[in-house]
Write a protein that binds this ligand. Structure first.
Ligand code: NI
Length: 167
């Protein structure tokens, strides 16, 4: 099932999410719907706030053939090193992208879909994507990293575009 993706500047994208305390059928089903929605939109990650939820979980798949679904519940970055510049976009801010500097290598701790603890290293796109999704869980968007001038320029363009698409 496809879910509606919450679009910037909706305030629901600014919610600071609370930890998930238990896995249940409702959350499991929601995760399936989030994968459907992310794949349909050709995204590499989708966080709870983007579908109007306010707990800490997201889905990710950065593989070319969409074969490596990753569920992260209560994800945390416990270590990082080096930096990388990546041109980021977001399903909640369609057709906008910008280069963002972030840590390149990260050590991630989370719970998986079975609510079992996992810990793994990530770099390149996977690292960028996980950091971007965790930001969503803290109510933060990638445009927040831009200078005020750059952000205003991009958001003016975005607003015009959104207006043009509203019937
Ligand atoms: Ni995003």
């Amino acid at each position: 099932m496809l879910l509606d993706i919450v679009l910037h500047p909706d305030e629901r994208l600014r919610v600071h999410c609370t930890p998930v305390t238990e896995m249940n059928d409702k959350l499991d089903q929601l995760l399936s719907h989030m994968f459907d929605t992310m794949y349909d939109a050709e995204g590499v990650g989708l966080a709870s706030t983007q579908v109007g939820e306010n707990q800490r979980f997201c889905v990710v798949d950065v593989s070319e053939d969409r074969s490596k679904p990753l569920v992260l519940i209560n994800p945390e970055i416990i270590d990082h090193k080096n930096t990388i510049t990546w041109k980021e976009g977001c399903l909640s801010i369609p057709e906008v992208s910008a280069e963002i500097v972030r840590p390149k290598n990260i050590l991630v701790r989370a719970l998986d879909r079975d609510f079992k603890p996992i810990e793994f290293e990530a770099d390149e796109l996977l690292s960028v994507c996980i950091q971007h999704e965790i930001d969503h869980l803290d109510g933060k968007l990638f445009i927040d990293y831009l200078s005020p001038l750059k952000r205003r320029r991009l958001m003016d363009k975005y607003a015009k575009q959104q207006k043009a698409q509203t019937p």
